[in-house]
Design a binder for this molecule. Structure first.
Ligand SMILES: Cc1cc2nc3c(=O)[nH]c(=O)nc-3n(C[C@H](O)[C@H](O)[C@H](O)COP(=O)(O)OP(=O)(O)OC[C@H]3O[C@@H](n4cnc5c(N)ncnc54)[C@H](O)[C@@H]3O)c2cc1C
Length: 387
């Protein structure tokens, strides 16, 4: 059993001032009203320099690596001193023009080339929506006929993804493709599979993401493992519960279709843990990213690793938590020599606001998470005071 209660390991990389700020922040996020008002007001007031400064010194500092690659690399270097790697995420979202898509593609490739020079950054995360139009993905998802302009647009999306995957493979930086909303996910899955088949012949250079809060995804994962076996490539599987539950349920009600989301949290947990088992049982054909803050799932994953004779240090199993959250999991696993990396977003404050607002809301709505973070921080501050 890994001891996730050890706060000395968990927060060794944080100065006392940083910890006190984190305590204040998690206290503030625990308030539903404050988070709701803050999420609504912040994007509107960002043009005010003092608002930006407040955001930068609080929630941004807690959850983001820096405004540019150099700053993010400093953060990643600090983490690496404690045996924790980094999964860089260029946090730009919601772009809509071809010019912006090309810029985002160039930014991803620049990140890969930068990561190559730093041995503590081995993974980067990408979102297909950073370089393709939402409307196009929706049409592709619905398998609607595309006109000739849309077909060209679709080809450009694939070319951009291919360029990124090629650069990742050439530079030994794994590419993790994020999962998005269910109504655009099918083309993301199809393209991810195509890339894995092309670039994962020797090792997992490309990973797709499986959201187990969807009731159809465990079966899909098993089918994907079989497909990888039959077609001689390694399946890269990032296993998460899923981030868009409320949005998914609301849309299903509004549009009158069956919700793709599991009936309750227990059902999500059961499928998540089964997904872990099926991946860890098949490490000859699968490399797995365990993307969760759930202590039981992480504990279970270490147990399955032992059951299926995988060494703690195997690079085929990577535990990953978001930067600024669940340090008690990341740093205690790293201490036991498991492969761990923090999901580290970076980018100008304005660009990462949607990500930050999701973090604030998640920490309010996910039962127990904020209290857990707060308790651990308080425990560590108390320990340091009496050490
Ligand atoms: C490294 C990393 C990468 C990630 N990448 C992605 C990504 O690409 N795409 C994405 O969508 N998310 C992503 N996430 C977020 C992830 O999907 C979860 O939202 C988040 O991690 C919380 O789940 P948990 O397993 O950590 O914690 P837990 O607290 O155990 O679980 C909370 C989650 O359980 C599910 N849940 C809660 N209540 C219910 C309910 N009533 N019914 C059904 N299900 C419920 C929801 O998914 C909720 O987020 C990522 C997370 C990490 C750590």
């Amino acid at each position: 059993m890994i001891n996730f209660e050890n706060t000395e390991n968990a927060f060794a990389y944080r100065t006392p001032i940083q910890l006190k700020k984190a305590k204040w922040l998690f206290k503030a996020m625990a308030s539903n009203t404050l988070t709701k008002v803050g999420s609504w007001l912040t994007p509107k007031l960002l043009w005010l320099p003092f608002v930006k400064t407040i955001i930068k010194n609080t929630i941004y500092e807690q959850f983001c690596g820096g405004e540019n690659l150099e700053e993010a690399a400093e953060t990643a270097k600090n983490l690496s001193e404690y045996g924790v790697g980094s999964l860089l995420d260029y946090g730009a979202e919601g772009k809509e023009t071809e010019e912006e898509f090309d810029e985002a593609t160039a930014a991803f490739i620049k990140t890969i080339e930068f990561a190559k020079q730093k041995n503590y950054i081995s993974y980067i995360s990408i979102k297909l929506t950073a370089f393709s139009r939402n409307g196009l993905l929706q049409k592709m998802h619905l398998q609607e006929n595309l006109n000739s302009a849309e077909l060209e647009e679709k080809n450009r999306v694939e070319e951009r993804l291919d360029k990124i995957c090629q650069a990742g493979t050439n530079n030994n930086t794994a590419i993790l493709i994020d999962a998005e909303e269910s109504w655009i996910q099918d083309p993301v899955d199809a393209l991810a599979t195509k890339m894995m088949q092309k670039y994962n012949t020797q090792r997992a250079n490309i990973y797709n993401t499986y959201q187990l809060y969807r009731h159809d995804k465990l079966v899909f994962l098993k089918q994907n493992i079989e497909h990888a076996k039959e077609n001689n490539y390694i399946l890269g599987a990032k296993i998460v519960r899923g981030a868009y539950m409320e949005k998914e349920r609301e849309r299903a009600i509004q549009m009158g279709y069956e919700s793709p989301i599991q009936p309750n949290k227990e059902a999500t947990d059961i499928d998540y843990n089964l997904a872990l088992e099926v991946c860890l049982k098949n490490l000859n054909e699968v490399s797995v990213f365990v993307g969760t803050h759930n202590e039981k799932s992480c504990q279970l994953a270490t147990q399955y690793m032992a059951d299926y004779s995988a060494s703690n240090q195997t690079p085929k199993v990577i535990f990953s938590q978001l930067f600024g959250m669940s340090d008690n999991i990341s740093f205690n696993l790293a201490k036991e020599k498991y492969t761990v990396c923090k999901y580290l977003p970076y980018g100008p404050v304005n660009d990462v606001i949607p990500y930050l607002m999701r973090r604030a809301n998640e920490n309010t709505s996910v039962a127990g998470q904020t209290t857990r973070e707060l308790d651990l921080i308080k425990k560590e501050l108390h320990r340091r005071k009496h050490a």
